[in-house]
Ligand binder design. Structure first.
Ligand SMILES: [Fe+2]
Length: 360
């Protein structure tokens, strides 16, 4: 990587740039290895086989290798379907829903390029869950363009046909009626309670954990871009258990060179960089992130047990590796895009896995 590369983080001072460059190269060359520079990693990692024992990706198919897994685990991750079906119950909310209701009526399929639409794409994704024999589905937010009762009922009816569990965390549009009075946190609480609650299947909407074959799947709602003290405490508790973990969030975590759209923990996130508050008719972001959000970002990427992070919001497939932790952002499910994530057993980086996944 060249320091003259436009993606190089020019906000870093020269000494930090050198350190960042070394980190980026080592992460790219050996993402399987633990970053042993953190006390937590040293404490957890000494003498034990690395929890992160390999990462590979072919387009939207991701493989994570780890020790201490009783069997392979497969997850389908989908975000940003932007469903907007509505009926007479939505009449009272038209002034708040009209702009988003007009978007995403017709989309181009992420693979074929043919014209399609979000409802067709959502049903197609449920077919992927069946065809791949996935263990569970994660819906990573912005499944809706606004909290329409008709759209939520439509999704619940279709999820009811799945034979495997689904997990859901909200995106910033799921609970947002544009121009409605109130803070983002208050409106999120209101519309989760009044509309979105059935999607959570009884789990805590702010943070939840789902365990399968020894892997913990953490869902943390960062759809206001910020992390609460309770969510940080939740992450610390789960990280201390030592299980391999996957973290699912709606808004990607800050990664060097990325815009404030990767806005959870981005050092430049705040009122000065909030370009969309007028068009989305919502409160402007606070001046900067809370200390808790910045601590969360730091601790997530220092966690020796975290296999990977999966997010949406950006509508474009991308992968970053920071301190050996990969973060994969899914393309928009409004176009049919989704991720197939396989967690596979592997004892050490030197021992080849006994069973490679079948080729396409
Ligand atoms: Fe979003």
């Amino acid at each position: 990587m060249n320091p003259k590369d436009p993606s190089f983080p020019d906000f870093l001072p020269r000494s930090s740039r050198r350190r960042w460059l070394r980190g980026a190269i080592s992460a790219a060359a050996a993402p399987a290895l633990l970053d042993m520079t953190t006390p937590a990693a040293r404490a957890a990692g000494e003498g034990a086989p690395p929890v992160r024992a390999g990462f590979s990706q072919d387009e939207n198919r991701v493989r994570l290798y780890t020790a201490g897994l009783s069997r392979p685990v497969k997850m389908i991750f989908a975000a940003d379907t932007h469903l907007s079906r509505d009926d007479a119950r939505g009449d009272a909310y038209r002034e708040f829903s009209a702009r988003m209701a007009g978007g995403y009526q017709r989309t181009k399929h992420f693979k074929s390029g043919k014209e399609t639409n979000p409802e067709v794409c959502f049903e197609e994704t449920l077919e992927v869950v069946r065809r791949e024999k996935a263990d569970f589905l994660v819906l990573g937010g912005d499944i809706f363009s606004f909290p329409s009762e008709a759209a939520i009922e439509w999704v619940m009816a279709r999820l009811g046909t799945l034979e495997v569990p689904w997990l859901y965390t909200a995106g910033n549009h799921d609970w947002h009626y544009e121009g409605m009075e109130g803070s983002s946190a208050a409106l999120r609480s209101k519309w989760i309670a009044e509309r979105l609650l059935p999607l959570y299947g009884g789990r805590d909407p702010m943070n939840a954990v789902f365990e399968m074959a020894g892997v913990k799947v953490l869902l943390i709602d960062n759809s206001t871009y910020e992390i609460s003290p309770e969510q940080l405490a939740f992450f610390r508790r789960e990280a201390a258990t030592g299980n391999p973990m996957i973290l699912c969030v709606h808004i990607p975590l800050h990664a060097p060179g990325r815009s404030v759209g990767f806005g959870c923990g981005h050092p430049e996130w705040g009122a000065a960089t909030d370009k969309n508050h007028r068009i989305e008719r919502r409160p402007i972001w606070p001046e900067r992130h809370s200390a808790v959000t910045m601590d969360f970002h730091r601790e997530v990427f220092a966690s020796p047990h975290l296999l990977g992070i999966f997010a949406g919001h950006i509508h474009r497939l991308s992968t970053d590796v920071l301190h050996g932790v990969p973060q994969v952002v899914a393309g928009a499910n409004a176009t049919g895009a989704h991720l197939v994530v396989e967690v596979l057993p592997r004892e050490t980086p030197e021992t080849p896995p006994s069973k490679q996944p079948p080729g396409d």
